[in-house]
Design a protein around this ligand. Structure first.
Ligand SMILES: C[S@@+](CC[C@H](N)C(=O)[O-])C[C@H]1O[C@@H](n2cnc3c(N)ncnc32)[C@H](O)[C@@H]1O
Length: 157
């Protein structure tokens, strides 16, 4: 199973990218995990919030195949402990799924069309993080999940 994290816009901080790369490198030993960046929309100043969400949503959905399991990272989604999240990943692995896609929304979140297509929503916290920070926190949690599944001593309760 491939796990993909879809994000809008390049990481704008070198330091943040370096930290993401640490976990990407570690994850190589456990699973096929990739981050796919959807380029920022051009001329966003001409768009209102809703128009921007709709356009970003079209780009997100263009990357999703019918058979993919699509999970939105969303403050209002279901919250997990790290152990619970590792079980969630294991369940998807057991289901024979080819591609599990997690997606980070743009500055205003997701369009209605993206919510309609999504299979589930996961929250990392009730607090709102920047879309840049979320990709680091999430990548670390996927790494943590695999170390839990392998009984490795990275995670301490
Ligand atoms: C700046 S936030 C957008 C916040 C906006 N209030 C909204 O309506 O979603 C950008 C993206 O980061 C992700 N995000 C931010 N905080 C999050 C959290 N606590 N849990 C999961 N994802 C989060 C979501 O994908 C969100 O769409």
């Amino acid at each position: 199973m491939t796990i993909k994290l879809l994000c809008i816009g390049k990481t704008d901080s070198k330091q943040l990218q370096q930290l993401i790369d640490v976990y990407l490198k570690r994850l190589q030993f456990y699973t096929k995990f990739e981050i796919e960046i959807i380029p920022d929309l051009k001329k966003v100043k001409n768009l209102d919030e809703n128009q921007q969400k709709i356009k970003e949503g079209e780009l997100i959905l263009s990357k999703v195949q019918n058979a993919d399991f699509l999970v939105l990272l969303d403050e209002n989604g279901k919250q997990f402990s790290s152990e619970g999240f590792s079980e969630y990943i294991q369940k998807r692995l057991n289901s024979g799924l080819k591609q599990l896609i997690f997606v980070v929304g743009g500055p205003y979140g997701f369009s209605e069309a993206v919510y309609q297509r999504a299979n589930s929503k996961i929250s990392l916290s009730k607090m709102t993080f920047s879309h840049q920070m979320v990709r680091l926190f999430f990548t670390e949690q996927v790494y943590r999940a695999f170390t839990i599944l392998k009984n490795e001593p990275y995670h301490h309760k």
